[in-house]
Design a protein around this ligand. Sequence first.
Ligand code: SF4
Length: 294
Amino acid sequence: MTFNGPIVRPQTDADSLFIEVTVGCTHNSCTFCNFYKGYPFSIAPLEQIEADLKEASRVHPHARKIWANGGNPYALSTDKLAAVAKLIKKYFPESRISTYARVDDLTRKSVDEMNCLRELGFIDLVVGFECGDDEVLKNVNKGYTVADILSGCKKLEEAGVDYRMIFLGGLAGKGRCVESAKKTAALLNQLHPYLLYLNSVSIMPGTKLHEDWEQGRFQEAGEGELVSELIALLEDMENEIAVFAAPNTTPFSFFVNLQSNKGKLLSYMRDFLKSLNDKEEQEASRNRHRKSKI
Ligand code: SF4
């Protein structure tokens, strides 16, 4: 198997078969991200993809979940993605193909193109939208707006493509997280992803956000504010959706249907918040920063 870049996938896709489709991310300049530093964007040749699929089909002939690896393979042209999907289906006809998409990959494709790719196998996309607050999106240089998120995801819905979204808390900075979460909930209430990942940002050395933090241009929210942010988000969300929180980026660990568990979930989170004293808050912060490097 060939991997010229890191394997990055959601926590829930650890059991997938990973096939390198691209290396790096076309944007590669969000201020908080260091996933692909040193890995300029490139496209895996079809010959490499086919050789990997052939090898994988000998070892895991019954794989059903295929993760098309790369920062945002959905950026590729529809023709190229169609060729990739056909190869995957040649070796794994029963598979479900999942991959990352940036919001601007969605705005560039038409509903017809998305529909065609869905029929060929690209049926499940993961969109790291981060939040629904234009000021924050601009500050962290996401390269798109809330209106773009809305229109891109609506196109996916029209094309019948399943999608999940990744929320990244804390990006608004100290004192602004709850207000920002409410804007995110208002955006999500207009959309229908089937799963929302809850994460909180870690300030990673070597990133522009780290530089901003060191020079006082960005003030990090404490653990209590990050928990309040998640509570504000879930409180306002009306979606029939599953929510997933992993202990490496939040103090929580759950994977539940939001609406049928909302009361229990919010009371668990509020109790946690009440129990946080200064010492525990500092310890929780240290843990999150340490675990985010794993
Ligand atoms: S779009 Fe995603 S992978 Fe690319 S720089 Fe931003 S956070 Fe990193």
